[in-house]
Design a binder for this molecule. Structure first.
Ligand code: UD1
Ligand code: MG
Length: 456
């Protein structure tokens, strides 16, 4: 049986109070609409059409990589009208179309497969995914006949008192027989509380023409619709729990999963221990046996095995094995830290390479530099990489000992096996094997304080 999908993503999302189209708001680091597209694809539905309108260009751009087709809804006249805008997509197709909304990102792959199976085997004209909930406020209600068959869906704002009491809700996810859907869409009217063409009214239209309607109840958690920031946080929490459980099942210790924020594409090796307050974002890869003490943010970075990180920020960088980072280190994009390196407190590394076993223990800035292995940076070293106009490069060889409070004025080269005296401002190349001292010699004026009468 042929299957395709339509995802509705043209609405503005007024209740979000946002300048970003609702479906582009992120849950665990991915736009809601992309989460929906991805799960539909996982369920092996390849032919996907996205109905866009509000912020169409932005939504199109954000979904570009997903290889879907687009239909445009220029005026948001309701969910039924939105599907009608995809009429061309449905033209000459026979089979089943699955409809999702771009604001319900929690549906699972298995449930999509189940709903298709249920729909196709049952010979239904429409199948609605429903849920029985404690608080149905805001959702469309599933109205059933005495014999239990679905009669219609009534939107919250159009419900009678009796209907408001119904606790079975419409998820906004459906399967339709394509032909029957297209015929019914053309019969919709907007004679309702919101003056909109409701997709939900198709159910009653099909019922009246003796079509069989199916309903598949699922866990509410899978169908939470995001219309407000409060619901966004609810969806985020459900997704976060799912992600965290996967990692824990894979052998990662999360000391407090409720306070550990791991985005969807992050991978983590076994026996890594993660304390609360860590935020792992983007395409981050964490190796095995790492310890992430509280409160770090790591984005789009690769952290190899046995690394310890504390209260630090690491962005778009690579950290080798057996490294310790922090507390309070800032590793900025395009940095490559070798193996067994120590990056200590209040150290900032930017677009630099640091060789194996080098120690940068405290209060140091290294920018646009290539540093060899086995070096030691004294406290308070500054790579002076910016001359006010351009960023310059600094090269430091292997086994250099950089004394405390050194300035390395770039561009400059420090060769292998060198010592730099504390407090030096280095402006010229330091040859291999030498000691560089670049500061004024100390002068002691003996008795000066007493002669001046400064101490009685
Ligand atoms: C809709 C359902 C409701 C269901 C709920 C589940 C209708 C009439 N109501 O209500 O029964 O319980 O979802 O979450 O379908 N959209 C368009 N064009 C439009 C209007 C909406 O593309 O003209 C898109 C929106 O971007 C959104 C989706 O359709 O992704 C749903 O719209 P929304 O306004 O959120 O409908 P709900 O009030 O949540
Ligand atoms: Mg909604």
């Amino acid at each position: 049986m042929y299957n395709c999908a339509i995802i509705l993503a043209a609405g503005e999302g007024k209740r979000m109070k946002s300048s970003t189209p609702k479906v582009l708001h992120e849950v665990c680091g991915r736009e809601m609409v992309n989460i929906v597209i991805d799960v539909v694809k996982k369920a092996q539905i390849e032919d996907i059409d996205l109905v866009i309108g509000n912020g169409a260009e932005r939504v199109k751009k954000a979904t570009e990589s997903r290889n879907v087709s687009y239909s445009f809804q220029n005026q948001q006249l309701g969910t039924g009208h939105a599907v009608l805008c995809a009429e061309d997509f449905l033209k000459n197709k026979e089979g089943t179309v699955v409809i999702f909304t771009g604001d319900s990102p929690l549906i699972k792959e298995d449930t999509i497969k189940k709903m298709l199976d249920f729909h196709n085997k049952g010979g239904y004209k429409a199948t609605i995914v429903t849920s029985v909930v404690k608080d149905p406020t805001g959702y469309g209600r599933i109205i059933r006949e005495k014999n239990g068959e679905v009669l219609k869906i009534v939107e919250h704002k159009d419900c009678s008192r009796e209907e408001l009491k119904v606790d079975e809700i419409n998820s906004g996810m459906y399967c339709f027989d394509i032909k029957s859907l297209v015929e019914s869409l053309n019969k919709l009217h907007n004679n309702n509380a919101q003056g909109e063409y409701y997709l939900t009214d198709v159910i009653e239209i099909l019922k009246v023409s003796k079509g069989k309607i199916g309903a598949l109840p699922v866990n509410f958690e899978e169908i939470i619709g995001v219309n407000s920031r409060v619901q966004l946080s609810e969806a985020e929490k459900v997704m976060r729990d799912r992600i965290n459980h996967i990692h824990m099942r894979n052998g990662v210790t999360l000391v407090d999963p409720g306070n550990t924020y791991i985005e969807m594409d992050v991978t983590i090796g076994r026996d890594t221990v993660i304390y609360p307050g860590n935020v792992l974002q983007g395409n981050t890869v964490i190796g095995e046996k790492c310890t992430l003490y509280p409160n770090s943010r790591i984005k789009d970075s690769v952290i190899e095995d046995n690394v310890i990180v504390q209260s630090s920020v690491i962005l778009e960088s690579k950290i080798g094995q057996n490294v310790t980072v922090g507390p309070f280190a800032y590793i900025r994009p395009e940095s490559i830290i070798g193996n067994s390196v120590r990056i200590g407190d209040f150290v900032e590394i930017k677009k630099s390479t640091i060789g194996d076993k080098t120690k940068v223990s405290h209060l140091t800035y290294i920018g646009d530099a290539q540093v060899g292995s086995g070096c030691n940076f004294g406290c308070g070293t500054v790579v002076v990489n910016y001359d006010g106009k351009v960023k310059n490069k600094t090269l430091i060889g292997n086994n250099s000992f950089i004394g405390c409070n050194t300035n390395l004025v770039s561009p400059v080269k420090v060769n292998d096996d060198t010592y730099i005296a504390a407090g030096s401002t280095i402006t010229d190349e330091v040859p291999a094997g030498s000691l560089a001292i670049a500061r004024a010699k100390q002068i002691n004026k003996e008795g000066w304080v007493y002669k001046k009468g400064l101490k009685k």
